[in-house]
Design a protein around this ligand. Structure first.
Ligand SMILES: NC(=O)c1ccc[n+]([C@@H]2O[C@H](COP(=O)([O-])OP(=O)(O)OC[C@H]3O[C@@H](n4cnc5c(N)ncnc54)[C@H](O)[C@@H]3O)[C@@H](O)[C@H]2O)c1
Length: 376
């Protein structure tokens, strides 16, 4: 393609739209946001004025020949229809997570994108962040030997504590699995490879949530415990909860034959990647009276070594995935890292939590994907 800067249209002008408008152009120079749309035109006009872009309807945005990429930042239920609409209008798509709310919808998106020769990429693009790339490199370099197991925990009180309009997070397509699961599972899959089989239990702690001036009926499960088996033999567990208080459980760690990898929260990306080598801990334990008791103390964790970053921290919170796709469109080299194949696999796994909880049976994944190319 001749263009060096691609035109972007943002569909959905809610709480998170600024994360994209503020990065695609200002930080990632291969993109420029030209227009935005929303079913609430007042909201679209407000955002357009703030960022000095055009406010229009979604139909107008998708008919604009200057726009190459549609970035969809609406609630989960509209991701599938808007992605299909954008593809049918000839646009490449970067869509917020989850990709869709049924496996059939993800298959239809993949089929249409392949037929049209267009890219679909999906959040989370946090897998491209400096912290996640550092964790991936540590694993690929063999710093913890052969990976054996992974533990992931997002345990907290729920979306009404942080979101200005959280109702959609308690409706179909919401809940802690669909909302927070993508960060953890995408990071795990991009580091370890695809999931083969899983099992989960689910519960709902509160039927109604008081939200600002009204009460929201909770239509989805809000507390999940699951076990996972990856294709490479790694076994894992994940707890995702909107029903809890704080937890002292580790957020994200991978145990290996030679050590353990401590990984920061794959959503907020705060903190450092650390390795605690098995031998280093063993020597410290053996050199101490009551060494085994000490091993379980917080002090023993201080032996973990902070790893140098594999790539420098990225200036923007979001936008890396769309910019990475823009590079592929411009260069004609066809491998966007936040690919629709990963998103389809992750969406199937997210939906499988409730399938397992309902059937009481393990779920064998029907989709797979390859790990994305590393950034480092
Ligand atoms: N808010 C966050 O911190 C955050 C962080 C990461 C990801 N996300 C994801 O971003 C997406 C949007 O979240 P948000 O927090 O901005 O939600 P929001 O409710 O604040 O905004 C969504 C906007 O989309 C508009 N909309 C809904 N359906 C539409 C349609 N068919 N066409 C055009 N516009 C439509 C709504 O009117 C609203 O303005 C969700 O998928 C969410 O999971 C949000």
């Amino acid at each position: 393609m001749d263009k060096k800067v691609l035109g972007v249209g943002v569909i959905g002008c809610g709480a998170f739209s600024g994360a994209y408008i503020g990065s695609l152009g200002p930080v990632f120079k291969n993109c420029k946001v030209l227009a935005c749309s929303d079913i609430d035109m007042d909201r679209a006009r407000e955002v357009a004025e703030k960022w000095n872009i055009i406010a229009c309807t979604t139909e107008e945005l998708l008919a604009n020949p200057e726009i190459d990429i549609a970035v969809i930042v609406t609630g989960p239920a509209s991701h599938y229809p808007l992605t299909m609409q954008a593809l049918n209008a000839g646009k490449h798509v970067y869509c917020e997570k989850p990709m869709a709310i049924t496996v059939e919808q993800t298959n239809e998106i993949v089929a249409l994108a392949e037929e049209k020769g267009l890219y679909v990429t999906n959040a989370p693009d946090t897998i491209l962040d400096s912290t996640m790339q550092t964790a991936r490199k540590a694993l690929d370099d063999g710093l913890i030997g052969k990976p054996l197991s992974v533990t992931m925990n997002f345990i907290g009180p729920g979306a009404d504590w942080w979101h200005p309009r959280p109702d959609f997070l308690y409706k179909i397509g919401g809940g802690p699995v669909m909302d927070m699961g993508p960060y953890y599972l995408s990071a795990a899959v991009s580091i370890l490879g695809p999931i083969e089989q899983m099992f989960a239990y689910a519960a709902k702690g509160f039927d109604v949530r008081p939200i600002q001036d009204h009460e929201c009926t909770v239509d989805v499960n809000t507390d999940y415990k699951a076990v996972l088996k990856f294709r490479n033999g790694v076994i894992g567990n994940i707890n995702l909860s909107f029903d809890s208080v704080r937890s002292s459980s580790p957020g994200f760690e991978i145990q290996g034959t030679e050590g353990v990898l401590f990984i920061p929260d794959p959503n907020t990306l705060t903190g450092e990647v650390k390795v605690l080598p098995r031998q280093k801990l063993k020597e410290a334990v053996q050199g101490r009276r009551m060494g085994v008791a000490w091993m379980y103390s917080p002090e023993a964790l201080e032996l973990a070594e902070e790893l140098p970053r594999a790539i420098p921290p990225i200036e923007a919170h979001r936008g890396m995935g769309a910019a990475d796709m823009a590079d592929c469109i411009i260069s004609g080299e066809a491998k966007p890292r936040c690919s629709m194949y990963i998103a389809r696999h992750i969406t199937e796994a997210l939906l499988a939590f409730d399938v397992c909880a309902k059937t009481g049976l393990p779920y064998n994944m029907t989709t797979t994907c390859e790990r994305p190319d590393p950034v480092y």
